[in-house]
Design a protein around this ligand. Structure first.
Ligand SMILES: [Zn+2]
Length: 277
């Protein structure tokens, strides 16, 4: 099968990249509108300044941004570079998942998770909230599709249990960390949104990966937090959204074999996959 379809494979890479770009464009809409309680379907996008509706040919991911020189066609107001960045990130994250999982149910489930994580990161970054709908969708999709999720185990029972324990472990461990933080520092250490998020992610990626993701996110988050405090970029009490760290870490664990494993083994696997060794 590999040999016959090998040359055709590039078509799938391009297809899923373009699909990712398009959904990335939709992710921008979600990030902008959901926190404002606006419909994500209607009306069509319009310029935030002059309110003119964006024509379809000015709404093509990345390309329109380049052709318009990053400015609104009518009022010449600058369009945020964040839009094409979000589109690119979505496209690239889909392609990488396709590279690792091929045309499997797990691939589609993980693309769905990547999309949710990108929207969640954007909203958490700008508004410091994580809308419940995303963790909820992840829990439902994760548990229902666990039977087809090759990354969770061998048998149907194993797969479902892995997803279910992931749901409990992802939410539970963050909840306990939050409780501990509250007890030690007498302040809110963990948002409820983060707890729900990792419960949802745990149902998709299983208990080993979700615990590992929390570990990586906490590690990177605390280093960056310390750095920002030392360089006086934020005050000690300043709030740093944790969602984006959790999101990136969760995604990265998908590119590793089930954790409970040595870090080097991960790296070796990623490198050998990338270079086809
Ligand atoms: Zn305008």
């Amino acid at each position: 099968m590999d040999i016959i379809f090998y040359d055709f494979d590039i078509v799938f890479y391009i297809f899923f990249f373009l699909t990712g770009l398009t959904l990335g464009s939709f992710a921008n809409v979600c990030i902008y509108r959901i926190p404002l309680n606006l419909s994500i379907i209607k009306p069509r996008s319009s310029c935030t300044v002059c309110k003119k509706q964006v024509k379809w040919y000015d709404n093509i991911p990345i390309l329109s941004y380049i052709f318009l020189g990053g400015k609104c066609r009518y009022c010449k107001e600058k369009i945020s570079i964040i839009y094409p960045i979000i589109e690119s990130i979505t496209g690239i994250s889909f392609v990488i998942l396709y590279h690792f999982y091929g045309l499997t149910p797990a691939f589609f489930l993980f693309c769905f998770m990547a999309f949710c994580l990108i929207v969640i990161s954007g909203i958490d970054y700008y508004y410091q909230i994580i809308p419940d709908i995303f963790p909820l969708m992840l829990v439902i999709a994760g548990l229902l599709l666990s039977f087809f999720n090759v990354s969770l185990g061998e048998t149907y029972l194993q797969k479902f249990l892995n997803a279910f324990i992931g749901f409990i472990a992802g939410g539970g461990s963050l909840f306990l960390i939050g409780l501990l933080g509250h007890f030690l520092f007498k302040k809110e250490a963990m948002g409820g949104g983060d707890v729900k998020l990792m419960a949802g992610v745990g149902a998709v990626i299983g208990w080993e990966r979700v615990l590992f993701a929390i570990f990586i996110a906490s590690f990177i988050g605390s280093i960056l937090g310390l750095f920002l405090i030392i360089t006086k970029k934020v005050e000690k009490r300043g709030y740093m959204p944790f969602g984006p760290f959790l999101a990136v870490a969760s995604y990265l664990t998908l590119l590793m074999p089930a954790p409970a494993v040595l870090f080097f083994a991960f790296e070796f696997n990623i490198i050998s996959k990338l270079f086809g060794a």
